[in-house]
Design a protein. Structure first.
Length: 152
């Protein structure tokens, strides 16, 4: 159950600033699950939260879902047969947003693979702050070969 640094995450994912939200992976079993973190939601103040909302900054649900998808992509792309491929989000199901993620919050992100069939799969994703449920739902994904421009 390895933990991964930001550099190790970047070795698996093609995402880069400003669209790589994970600070670290705390725990991971490739092909099964990963648990990651965003240290402080407030680090996105200048390019996201400043306008969402000025008097009450809240991390948008779409970014929370993206961060959870990135955690799931780490779990999927860490498998030897998926190295160098892309994990594409193909669907969202049953999403609920229960508690805002705000500046100063450490966001814990957990994504567990539920099933895979060929190159497609689904995963359960949960985001929490201090053990309070922020968001949860299912993600569907596909593992695909990258276009030539992204091949390493």
């Amino acid at each position: 159950m390895p933990s991964l640094t930001r550099a190790e995450i970047e070795a698996l994912l093609p995402h880069r600033e400003p669209f790589l939200f994970l600070d670290r992976i705390l725990e991971c079993e490739f092909g099964q699950y990963a648990i990651g973190e965003i240290d402080d939601v407030g680090q996105y103040y200048e390019h996201v939260l400043r306008g969402h909302f000025p008097a009450f900054p809240v991390l948008p649900g779409a970014i929370i879902v993206e961060a959870l998808a990135e955690v799931g992509a780490v779990a999927a792309l860490g498998l030897p047969e998926n190295r160098g491929k892309l994990a594409l989000l193909t669907g969202l199901d049953g999403w609920k947003f229960r508690h805002p993620a705000r500046p100063g919050d450490r966001l814990r992100l957990e994504t567990r693979v539920l099933r895979t069939r060929g190159r497609f799969g689904t995963a359960q994703a949960v985001a929490t702050v201090a053990e309070k449920l922020v968001a949860s739902g299912e993600l569907s994904f596909a593992i695909v070969d990258p276009p030539e421009a992204l091949r390493r």
